[in-house]
Design a protein around this ligand. Structure first.
Ligand code: IMP
Ligand code: MG
Length: 236
């Protein structure tokens, strides 16, 4: 070993080159924790119960993002109501028009009914505007919207929202029904993803409020389903 070699070992290695701003900016932020989401849903439920007293509205959910919200909202409202589901797919991949194809239509007849569309997030407003136009042709007695999240800064068409859970900034939001590549819908909290590429590389960045699904990290378990212990009592 040369003296120069020994000396080089004593000099600490420089830190890897990185953009100081990128290092400071977190990839994910917690927007609303579980308790905040549940408290707001309870308030909205109480509002619906008061506003729809004496009538039995039809709550319409658009699959799949709005399902968690709808499920909690009907329980919070604890009022007589019907629920129905639609599934839509965009005609226009550029998302420029909002024209959608109905993949699964409602089963219930809306004519003469008080209809409340329960949406996850209103972004440009294009999808919802198109949907409301379609539903209006079915002659409901009233047609309103309850949106969990209002991303107002992104609005292209003005669409009246009768009930709003929270306003959110122009950022990709995930959790409580909202997906990232079809995953993460089961989280009770709502997260803002500022760096999608970083989160796709490392989904554990989303675990700001603890891992999803009550503690067990089920990501990447693939087709190998762990054995579920039998709940049945052994015959005696
Ligand atoms: P809009 O037609 O631009 O208002 O888009 C509405 C639909 O896009 C929503 O119902 C969501 O399904 C989806 N979407 C918009 N923003 C987000 C987001 O930040 N996270 C997840 N889905 C979103
Ligand atoms: Mg939606």
């Amino acid at each position: 070993m040369t003296a120069a070699g020994d000396q080089r070992r004593l000099v600490p290695a420089p830190p890897p080159l990185q953009d100081p701003e990128a290092a400071a900016a977190p990839a994910v932020r917690l927007l609303f924790d579980r308790a905040t989401v549940q408290a707001r849903v309870a308030e909205l439920g109480a509002e619906l119960r008061a506003d729809y007293a004496g009538v039995e509205p039809i709550l319409v959910s658009v699959l799949r993002g709005g399902v968690m919200f709808l499920a909690d909202l009907v329980r919070a409202a604890a009022m007589p109501c019907l629920v129905d589901f639609m599934a839509i797919s965009r005609f226009d991949a550029s998302e420029a028009t909002g024209v959608v194809r109905i993949v699964k239509d409602l089963d219930l007849d809306l004519s003469g009914a008080h209809v409340l569309v329960v949406e996850d997030v209103v972004d440009t407003g294009l999808t919802l505007t198109y949907l409301l136009r379609v539903l209006a042709t079915r002659r409901p007695a009233s047609l309103r919207v309850c949106a969990l999240l209002d991303k107002r800064a992104r609005r292209i068409v003005d669409v009246p929202l009768s009930y709003v859970g929270f306003e959110v900034p122009d950022v990709f939001v995930v959790g409580y029904g909202l997906d990232l590549d079809e995953r993460e819908r089961g989280r009770g909290e709502i997260l803002a993803v500022d760096d999608l590429a970083a989160v796709r590389r490392d989904p554990t960045l989303l675990d700001l409020a603890g891992p999803p699904h009550g503690g067990a990290d089920l990501r990447g378990t693939g087709p190998a389903v762990p054995a579920v212990p039998s709940q049945r009592a052994e015959p005696s």
